[in-house]
Design a binder for this molecule. Sequence first.
Ligand code: TAP
Length: 482
Amino acid sequence: MPDIFEYAPAPESRGIVDIKPSYGLFIGGDFVEGHGTSFKTVNPATEEVLAEVAEADAADVDAAVAAARAAYDSVWSRMPGRERAKYLFRIARILQERGRELAVLESIDNGKPIKESRDVDVPTAAAHFFYYAGWADKLEHAGLGRRQDGSVPRPLGVAGQVIPWNFPLLMLAWKIAPALACGNTVVLKPAETTPLTALLFAEICQQADLPPGVVNIVTGAGATGQALVAHPDVDKVAFTGSTEVGKAIARAVAGTSKKVTLELGGKAANIVFDDAPIDQAVEGVVNGIFFNQGHVCCAGSRLLVQESVAEEFLARLKRRMGTLRVGDPLDKNTDIGAINSAEQLAKIRELSAIGEAEGAGRWSPACDLPATGYWFPPTIFTGVSQAHRIAREEIFGPVLSVLTFRTPAEAVEKANNTPFGLSAGVWTEKGSRILFMADRLRAGVVWANTFNKFDPASPFGGYQESGYGREGGRHGLEGYLR
Ligand code: TAP
């Protein structure tokens, strides 16, 4: 008899999703053929081509913006908030009802484990629609003030929204729910590698009888996003993605009247003090960097551990990493799924090789990676100095850089030694130390004795090169109101 029990495979059935061979653009309430070419979306776990998807060109973007403008002028901006709320509640309920379908589709198109798409992405997306549905008829109570004539804050108009591939449905919900609640209409561009749940969401808008043109989905790559944010009839640009593209967008809209929010990259410190409950902190560090294959803007990609406990902490961390299961995203036992694309895998490999070349110690547990698809084992680098590129640049993969510190002041200095400022984690038993650290850490979110926790009522966003503006909570309304 073996001394450890093996997990039997527990695959979720993919029979629940109906992936069409090809998809058009969702404009004015209908699926239409684009004028441009098409591209393939691939299952990153198997490299199987899932569907051909239309690539929107400038004329398609123009048509989508025109549809959004028409819906804004004729229906959505005039509709009382309590009526808009009914549509948002309806969408939220359909997201729940079709949750299993959405979760399976997300895992197939993105590569993330089904337990994450099922238990985090889809429920949190539905929660965002529920939450903002509640605000739609209460905007005058959001604390955003009244205009001089005494009227309540007004919507901006047409929002052009561009999202990344790491949380395709969830980022869509973060963007669309507050925009609609405030009375704006939207044109959204999902990432090229993960368009399928946005296209299923378009069907959900039809199912919810959302007035045509209130939500438009234009699929495509960077050029489509560029055409959207630069469109003269877009009043608001909401972007989540890399700092590099965020800077290009800020330049493109400078000098226009467009309102902009940018949610960009991060290089968060997860700081473990010597009095922290050590096993709990190990779980938090594992969740902080290996959740969603480390494709998380707020991932705890730098572990700062107090020198006096570093050896013991690393030993326990390695033991825990040895139990992580890497493989089939549709298996309910899988902890780490596939890397989203060949390009992202190449980037993770390149930065990891640089880490080794710069002298850091590389370690991964023994794990068999599937022969096809894009895979990277959970990895830690020890002996990392602040000058190393793996301590400075966002790797956006399951790679943790380990640094040590002696005093709280040194932990603050090291944590803040980054051009980013999105999130941080603090692990300690002392409440006073949590407050000391939270006061000094330059990060939009500081988690205490937990990590990667999201709630629609809580604002999220960054400092410095992590962007500006907040999404979520009451603050998330601000970006969509005049
Ligand atoms: P990007 O390469 O920046 O892409 C993001 C989106 O912008 C994609 O839809 C992309 O299209 C599009 N795009 C590319 N070039 C564009 C341009 N010139 N103008 C307009 N749109 C353009 O980022 P990514 O690799 O998908 O996502 C990873 C990054 O997102 C990481 O840096 C991560 O930290 C960040 N992120 C931040 C947050 C928050 S809340 N701060 C959340 C999630 C992710 P294609 O993909 O189709 O080319």
